[in-house]
Write a protein that binds this ligand. Structure first.
Ligand code: ADP
Ligand code: MG
Length: 448
């Protein structure tokens, strides 16, 4: 039924827009629901969502009406449809993956991995990050010319990913048609290895070497991966020679990345190398005020001051504490005040000592009905990876373990994986109620 309606709508739209537009913007869309004059259309990525909202919303509503489907409110949502197809392809064959990625990148978008919430507007500038901010803006105004590469480094949770994605978002918005490719270095490594396995390294190389702007997050992950370093070296040269903009982030300066080949290190230093420091009090204060406002909440001064003093070295943790407070108050219909804040935040930072890493891993495994050896082992199935990430997250949030310790506990050598896992879960927690429930349930069992 829904499918039929949507097919008719698409049929009409096809008649009124160019073929290029039609296949670029309407491919892989679906009707998720239609009721009481409200329709929700699923789209493959945030870029397409944006463009549909700007350019085609009216048209789609008109077509619905024309077909006697009185729709007055239309929203677009990113649906899982296409990404799950990509996943499937990935496990089948690297060639197909890249074909699919290329195809869906369409005329001007990139992989759907830039998060549109990371903008310059939502970034609070202070003395700890103003130089990095300025350098990023300079790159937007002059891609490929001013600072190439731009190398941004700094500790975890200080806004590197936010800033470099803001560059990508801004360039893409200003120059439609620019191919911005953003990815984590971990993805680069994994896809490269996968392309070797599936004998599709040429496709892999072509994909990345045809970017107009290449943004690689957490480059430190390339340490000691010789073959990937070689591949990245050539990608870098191709792009740089063609004056394509390269942006790199890292948790440390090029000099301090262990086992980084000299030729890469020197190239990383060719352009602009700039660091982000931990924010000072004013910046932390401003970040809290801004983020609370985004949630429609005005934080009392003493609460803001308390949190800004308590959490000094990591914006992600600062944001985490704020979110925890806001969620707590929202659920109970309370206004945040200092008493609630100190009870809640202090309480969660002072951990009972009797909980061990083993217990956390055990409870996580049991909750998901998998074995502990699955969590500790090498399997990369989705059913295993997610629990593993949750376990790492809990080791961090409950026991405040360092990333190397977490990796060690999980039998992993590289602590970058732990960083990514914890980040991933933290990010998911922000919008996914199911996972919040899961984490809470496991915690309850751990502390029971
Ligand atoms: P990193 O990549 O350096 O580990 P992220 O960019 O992921 O850090 O930042 C962690 C979180 O903190 C993100 O949600 C980001 O939006 C937020 N954040 C960091 N710095 C700022 C800032 N100056 N203004 C607003 N939000 C920030
Ligand atoms: Mg990051």
């Amino acid at each position: 039924m829904k499918e039929d309606i949507w097919q008719s709508v698409l049929g009409e739209i096809e008649l009124s827009v160019s073929r290029g537009n039609f296949s670029t913007w309407f491919k892989n869309t679906e009707l998720i629901s239609i009721a009481d004059g409200m329709a929700v259309v699923g789209v493959p990525n945030v870029f397409i969502k944006h463009q549909l909202e700007i350019k085609f919303k009216e048209l789609v509503i008109d077509v619905f009406k024309k077909l006697d489907q009185p729709v007055s409110a239309l929203t677009f949502e990113i649906s899982g449809k296409q990404s799950s197809e990509l996943e499937k392809k990935k496990s089948q064959n690297g060639d197909e993956l890249f074909a699919a990625v290329n195809q869906t990148s369409g005329v001007s978008s990139s992989r759907p991995s830039l998060n549109e919430k990371y903008t310059f507007e939502s970034f609070v500038v202070g003395s700890s990050n103003d130089l990095a901010f300025a350098a990023c803006q300079a790159v937007v105004n002059n891609p490929g010319k001013k600072y190439n590469p731009l190398f941004v480094y700094g500790g975890s949770g200080l806004g590197k990913t936010h800033l470099i994605q803001a560059v990508g978002n801004e360039i893409r918005n200003r120059h439609l048609g620019t191919r911005v490719v953003y990815l984590s270095c971990e993805t680069f490594v994994n896809e490269f290895l996968e392309s070797i396995r599936s004998k599709s390294t040429r496709k892999f190389s072509e994909y990345y070497r045809s970017a107009d702007v290449l943004i690689v997050d957490d480059i430190q992950f390339i340490a000691s991966k010789t073959a990937t370093q070689d591949e990245f070296f050539h990608t870098f040269n191709t792009l740089h020679q063609a004056n394509k903009q390269i942006i790199i982030s890292s948790d440390k300066p090029p000099k301090a990345i262990p086992t980084l080949e000299e030729r890469l290190r020197s190239r990383f230093e060719w352009g602009m190398t700039i660091d982000i420091q931990a924010p000072d009090f004013e910046t932390r204060y401003a970040i809290l005020v801004t983020k609370a406002q985004n949630h429609g909440v005005e934080l009392p001064h003493d609460v803001t001051e308390y949190l800004a003093n308590l959490i000094q070295s990591n914006v992600r943790e600062l944001e985490g504490a704020l979110n925890q407070l806001l969620a707590f108050c929202e659920m109970r219909n309370l206004k945040p005040d200092l008493t609630i804040t100190t009870n809640l935040i202090n309480g969660s930072r002072v951990r009972p000592k009797h909980i061990s890493p083993k217990q956390i891993i055990e409870h996580t495994a049991r909750y998901y009905s998998i074995s502990i050896s699955d969590i500790l082992g090498p399997k990369r199935d989705k059913e295993i990876v997610m629990p593993r990430q949750v376990a790492m997250y809990l080791l961090r949030s409950e026991l405040h373990m360092s990333f190397p310790k977490i990796s060690h506990e999980l039998g992993r050598k590289d602590h970058t994986t732990a960083i990514h896992s914890v980040e991933k879960i933290e990010k998911t927690l922000a919008f996914d109620q199911t996972i919040r429930g899961v984490v809470q349930e496991i915690k309850d069992r751990v502390y029971a």
